[in-house]
Design a binder for this molecule. Structure first.
Ligand code: GRF
Length: 209
């Protein structure tokens, strides 16, 4: 028994946030163990990195199912087979069935590249540029059935510069994503398991400090 929470990561593509979680979990003090990486796309680049690091992977295509519910049931079966206790979404581009989201409520985090509740959904970096904000960033939040709407666990802030386009802003935000996601997961798990919740809650929830 490692005493660590068994975490599955769900991806759909590049997987750079997945990498930052895998790297962080190598620390023996880290409260989570990454026990599997799931993708709904066989060509997700992140799968190779996971395999190279000795982490089991699974691919189930949503296209093989007639409904969102049926696909999420198959995903859930895979997670149960792995013995997953917690889920981190990392660039996972599928909306969950309500049943799936409700089953994993309080046991599933997501990272979104905006300062939620601003700029939910697709192209949040372009939404930030269009709105003319001077700062943006990333948010780690609990997943609830409503998209990008669960309670915020941690946020990281970056400036929006005069000559930014969506790609430049996305690259700046991505760097802060890689810093906050491992910290947010560790923090969240500690708060959940700590009987003295105030001790964990004392830590700053904003990054950079
Ligand atoms: C990240 O910007 C994440 O916040 C968003 O999708 C992107 C995924 O990037 N949900 P990666 O696959 O983690 O590199």
């Amino acid at each position: 028994m490692s005493g660590k929470t068994k975490v599955a990561i769900l991806i759909s593509g590049r997987g750079s946030n997945m990498k930052s979680l895998i790297q962080a979990a190598k620390d023996k003090e880290y409260p989570a163990e990454i026990i599997g990486v799931f993708s709904n796309r066989a060509d997700a680049a992140g799968l190779e990195f996971a395999k190279d690091h000795g982490i089991q992977t699974a691919v189930i295509s949503h296209k093989d199912f007639e409904s969102r519910e049926a696909f999420c049931d198959a995903l859930d079966e895979q997670l149960e087979a792995w013995g997953a206790e917690f889920i981190c979404l990392a660039g996972y581009m599928r909306i969950h069935s309500n049943a799936f989201a409700e089953k994993w409520l309080g046991k599933m985090l997501n990272i979104h590249p905006s300062l939620l509740p601003l700029f939910k959904g697709l192209k949040p970096q372009q939404q930030a540029l269009d709105a003319g904000v001077k700062v943006s960033g990333a948010s780690v939040h609990e997943v609830i059935p409503e998209l990008d709407a669960g309670p915020i666990v941690m946020q990281g802030v970056v400036p929006v510069l005069e000559d930014d386009d969506a790609d430049r802003l996305a690259a700046r935000i991505l760097k802060i994503e890689h810093q906050i996601y491992p910290k947010a997961l560790a923090h969240y798990l500690k708060v959940q398991t700590n009987t003295d919740r105030s001790a964990a809650a004392d830590q700053s929830l904003i990054w950079p400090q």
